[in-house]
Ligand binder design. Sequence first.
Ligand code: CMP
Length: 144
Amino acid sequence: MAGTKTLTIIKPGAVRNEFIGPILAKINANGFHIAALKLIRLTREQAERFYAVHREKQFFENLISFMASGQVVVAILEKENAVADYRRLMGSTDPLKAEEGTIRKMFAENIERNAVHGSDSDENAEIECDFFFARSERFSNFTD
Ligand code: CMP
């Protein structure tokens, strides 16, 4: 059975552009419950740990510098089929390829500054939610 939660990050570019409100509104309008939420600034070390799977990629250094360049909003989003539905709502990693109406089409600057992150599997959603949130910081609508 598909899981009911995913982890999103509203990235520094979108925060700087005052897109926190519009992005959260779009998330709510598409049926997601916000079960946890905070505004934080990642250290380089935290960003490197979060994106460890990309360590060998040529874009890794730019990605880490960008993610540590300002505040981010991290949130746990809940609904049935959360991972796949949120990936559809985000649109393609590259905003040039993202469909009309998706978050990245509306709010991203380019593939490196692409407005939001979303978990890519239920397994990674669990890991990523645990990365940012203690149990006491979560307010789930589901009993899991
Ligand atoms: P995100 O969903 O946060 O996961 C990894 C990030 O790496 C991705 O969004 C992009 O911001 C970035 N990324 C992925 N592929 C590329 C690429 N080909 N060139 C530059 N950045 C990329």
